[in-house]
Every structure is written in C-alpha cells, then in structure tokens.
Ligand binder design. Structure first.
Ligand SMILES: *Cc1c(COP(=O)(O)O)cnc(C)c1O
Length: 462
C-alpha cells in the first residue's frame, strides 16, 4: 500500500515513511492510495475476533512493510496497557450502546492510537538507527496520552508544553507525575495558544527541526487514524451479535475530526454504517458544515468539553479529499481559499453527498449537563461531558431502524467538575488516579518564549 498527500505533491510513500513524515511535506495530509473494501462476509468474520486480532486484520490491509509477527507484537503490547480485558467494551444503557474507549492509561480515547504510535515509533527508530525528540503543546488530553505512549521508550525524548495553571488538576497531574527520564513537562507561563505558537515556530525553524530530529504526535499522523478504525468494526461486531442488526449508527463527539474520520474510513471499507452522527459543542464549525454547508471559522469558546474546543479541525482536509472526488488540486485550492477567507462553500451535489454520510448536532453547556443528569437518573451510569454531547446527538438524530453506538471518549473522573454540576457528586476514581496527588512530580516552569523552549530542548535532547 502506497500513501499520497491530499495536495498531490508527495506521492508513493510506504506506510513506514508515511508514519515518520506525519504532516506531508507539501502541507497536506497522507492517505492510502486506495481504501481496501471488505465483503459482508469479511465484516461478519472480523466481528467475531478479539480486539488485538481484529486490529491486526484491519492494520494488515493498510500495512505491507512490517513483517506480520512484528506487527502483531506491536499491537499486542499496545493494548496490554488497557485495564479492561476487551480493550474497548460495549455496554447497553438507556436504549443506546456506549463504546467505552477510556480504559487506557490516561482514561481517554487518544490512548487507543497513542499507545500504538509510541511502540511503532520506537520500532521504526530502532530499525533506522535514528533518534527523535517529540515536541508538542497540549490543552490537556493529548499531552498525557502522548507522554504515556512514549514514556520509558528508547531513542525518544518527549517535550510537552502545557499552559501553567490552566489545565484541569487531574490533567496536569497525569502529565507531571510521569517521572521517566525521557519525559519533559514544560509549564509555560502563558496560554495554550502561546504554547502552540512556540511549537509551530520551533518546527518552522528547519535547521533546528532537523538538528534535533523533531517529531510530532498530533492527530494528523495516519497511524493514529488507522488505530481508531479498529473499534468501529469491534463495536459493530458486538452489537450485531446482540441484536442481529444489519446497519448501525455511530455518534462521535468531535473536535479535530480524527475520530469520526476513522469511522468514515470504516464505512468506505464496507462497514454498514447508516450514518455517522457528528456531535459538537458550541465550537460548531463542523456541525454547521454538515447541516448547512457553512464551513466558516468562528471564535473558540470555552465549554464543558474542552477537548473539543477547536475551530479548525486538522483532519477535515482528509474528508475534503474524498468529497472532492480525490482531486488533490481542488483540495490544495480549497485550503488556500480557506486560509485567505476563513470559509468554504459547497455545491448542492457535494452537500447531498455529505448528507449521505453524516448527520450533525450542536449541543450546548446546559444540554450537556442535562444529558449527564438524565442519563444518570435513568441508568446510574455516569457520562463524561464529551460523551454526553454524543449521547444527546444520538438521541436527537438516530432513527429507530438501526441501533446507535455512542463513542465514550473519556472517563468521567477526568472531568469531575462538570459531573458534579450535573449529579451533585464527583464520579468514582479508577485505580490509576488513586493517590495521584501524592506521587512525585517532574515539571519545569518556563517563560512563553520560543528561545527559552528551544534552549531547554537543546540542553535535554537526544
Ligand atoms: C480529543 C478528544 C475528542 C475529539 O476527538 P477528535 O478526534 O479531535 O475529533 C473528544 N473527546 C475527548 C475526551 C478527547 O480527548
């Protein structure tokens, strides 16, 4: 399988090279040259498998340059760190199916991809005799999942910037209590945007980037999307076994469009998804796009589901590539127009195609709290605020003709404040958070200056 950029100037990469490149050198995103399609019999057979075997079956349709035994080993090690024997179990509550994606080390769905990506990076670096210094900025979830993905790994150091005093206490502790020598937490005296722009400037200094072999772990890496395709097949298999359904809905709380794009790939592969329900909070550029064809940037507002407080979704370009019938010139033009004007317009035929794949809803703060409260009252089950956004959209939009699976993207204990607002008490902590306040910490406070971060990295880089 070869990989091409959505903008057409990078072509013919192997899977391994696509993973190492991350963002394509022409500014686009990498996609497989074709999407393998499965027969209904294949889909049925996949649905019978345990998670690691299913992951291997899905991966091996996209990866032909890693020997099968090695790929299997990478997958197995990646999912051993999950505390549930099923990895991503499905539970039936209040008329919907909840796909629990939060049993990894940092209690959010990003572990599903980043546990694998960390192992894959280590494998590829060893094979190539190379080293990597990962640099990233986080507003919360991605940073800790990336840190847990690479802690203790050989030939990788990781530097994660978070805004000092501006991430939730649990999110901060999940990062700063990792004391492996290859992990460097930097608390920046500034905002998330300051951290983000420092990282962009460091990557933009090509001499610095290549001298220190800077690597990124953001959601544009194809391996992250691929790892997320797996649980759509897994959930379908479980629900089909229980209900005998043929088609299924998935409701996905969406920020950067990475998770739901994995569902779109699964649909193109032949998984009988009736519609993907795209659920956003008030930062709703994507739900406006699906409902009204209005893809125009707004202001980022703070919500109860901070991991979805995003306006410009980095993975959206991948979907545009298919919407524009795989024409890279049109994608490049559209991204240029969007950069200049902050909006894109779509023809009626394109809007009709969008409607065949997606439904969408914006869910506000009040509705999020109500959903957590009502769901808890009906079932005793506690939703996290991101998952609640998806559950609300599922109940509003899924027709009764097919079951609906709601992706549960975080454990409620990560967002205890929102849960307390809804049900009057904090959710129970899972074992990984017990006593986290009392563990040793490692974190450096640093000024919000690119040079200060570059100097720190230079002193501590591999
Ligand atoms: C990252 C994240 C999301 C959004 O996922 P995208 O792939 O960015 O759309 C939703 N919920 C939680 C808890 C997250 O951490």
């Amino acid at each position: 399988m070869r990989y091409h950029s959505t903008r057409g100037k990078v072509r013919g990469l192997s899977f391994k090279d696509a993973v190492m490149m991350g963002l394509a050198d022409d500014g686009g995103l990498l996609l497989p040259e074709s999407i393998p399609t499965l027969t209904p019999g294949d889909v049925e057979a996949l649905g019978q498998l345990a998670y690691p075997e299913l992951a291997f079956q899905v991966f091996s349709r996209f990866v032909d340059d890693i020997p099968a035994a090695n790929l299997k080993n990478l997958i197995e090690r990646s999912y051993q760190s999950f505390t549930h024997p099923e990895v991503t179990p499905v539970v039936h509550q209040d008329g919907v199916y909840i796909l629990e994606l939060f049993h990894g080390p940092t209690l959010a769905f990003k572990d599903v991809a980043l546990q694998f990506l960390g192992n894959l990076f280590e494998y590829l670096l060893k094979e190539r005799g190379e080293k990597m210094n990962i640099l990233g900025a986080t507003s919360g979830d991605t940073g800790s999942a990336a840190i847990y993905g690479v802690r203790g790994k050989q030939n990788i150091n990781i530097f994660i910037l978070h805004p000092h005093g501006r991430v939730s206490p649990i999110q901060e502790l999940q990062m700063t209590t990792v004391t492996d020598p290859n992990v460097f937490n930097l608390a920046v005296r500034g905002t998330f945007d300051d951290g983000q722009s420092i990282v962009k400037e460091a990557f933009g200094d090509l001499e610095f980037k290549s001298r220190y072999s800077l690597g990124a772990v953001n959601s544009i890496n194809w391996a992250r999307v691929l790892a997320q395709v797996v649980y759509y097949f897994y959930a379908y298999g479980r629900v089909r076994r229980e209900t005998g359904c043929r088609e299924i809905y998935f409701s996905v709380p969406t920020g950067n469009f990475g998770d739901i794009f994995a569902g779109y790939i699964a649909k193109r592969m032949g998984l009988p998804i009736r519609r993907l329900i795209l659920a956003t909070n008030e930062n709703n550029i994507l739900s406006r796009f699906v409902r009204d064809g209005d893809y125009s940037v707004g202001q980022v507002t703070e919500t109860l589901s901070p991991s979805m407080d995003i306006q410009v979704a980095s993975n959206f370009e991948r979907y545009l590539f298919y919407l524009y019938q795989q024409n890279p010139d049109r994608v490049a033009q559209a991204m240029e127009d969007f950069r200049k004007q902050g909006r894109l317009e779509f023809a009626d035929a394109e809007r009709a195609r969008v409607g065949e794949d997606f439904l969408a809803l914006t869910v506000n703060k009040t509705q999020t709290v109500e959903t957590i409260r009502d769901f808890h009252a009906a079932t005793g089950y506690v939703l996290d605020p991101h998952t609640a956004v998806g559950v609300k959209a599922a109940k509003a939009l899924a027709g009764g003709e097919a079951p609906v699976v709601c992706l549960a993207t975080a454990h409620p204990a990560k967002f205890a404040d929102a849960v307390r607002q809804a049900i009057g008490r904090e959710p129970q902590r899972p074992a990984s958070l017990e006593g986290i306040e009392d563990r040793p910490k490692r974190c450096e406070v640093i000024e919000a200056e690119t040079q200060a971060v570059k100097d720190y990295l230079a002193q501590n880089a591999l």
